[in-house]
Design a protein around this ligand. Sequence first.
Ligand code: PAF
Length: 290
Amino acid sequence: MSSRPQSKARTPAIVRTLKDLRRRIALYRKSGESVALVPTMGALHDGHLALVRAAKRKSKHVVVSIFVNPTQFAPTEDLARYPRDEAGDLMKLASVGTDLVWSPSAEEMYPEGFATRIEVTGAANGLEGAFRPHHFGGVATVCCKLFSQVMPDIAVFGEKDYQQLAVIRQMVRDLDLPLAIHGLATVREKDGLALSSRNAYLSPDERLAAPALNAAIRSVAEKVKAGGRPAAAIRSAALALQRAGFAGVDYVAVVDAETLADWSPKSGRPGRVLAAAWLGKTRLIDNVAI
Ligand code: PAF
């Protein structure tokens, strides 16, 4: 009798209908096993895989959702050209041991007649909320649906989208949703650039300039920590970004790490520096702790 060596990298099962998803989740639950959800829009990179690894350390089963959510894009944004690579995503997920991929169509997620939207304020105000007014309502609505579809014990999000993480935490708290939210530190390239699916849009020259965003906000954090005035540190960061070739700076802000309201060193509370800026046609965001 011959036996083939078992490959450790098993392609995860993929479900595309809510009925199939519920059947799978019911099996996990029947044996009393914990479930973690990692919500994604696909085009997975090492940052996403770090989220899956963290989820695996905390739960028996990991479900990764792959859904490019149309309701969080404005008509002028990059929904149509958002990178998609399901086969590549499945291979990467196999390498980190995902149990199940939930990949519904837009019609499965938003069937005809769908007419409900979660309205978020508080942590959603300002910053990304000011530049992308539809964004967080769409993110909150799809995440609320994902939570009620998968019914996870925990969901894991990256700190890269720091305001998104704050909005999700706020929603879970405000709506008494029965799951815990875990935030994971941003995964970066060696030169400091935060991993993002949108980095794929950068030309070679833009890629060279991109780490200036992280350098600029780290410099703000250092100056403010040393007692400098936030406004002055923000001004020099914006200048540094322009000099590095960024076409426009949407914002550089120093905020309270939890509420995202303005932060002052006197508050004694943790602060965070967040920024969004354009390199050519690509909008990059990043943030660091103070
Ligand atoms: O961060 C993302 O990829 C998306 O905003 C999320 C959380 C999957 C919701 O569509």
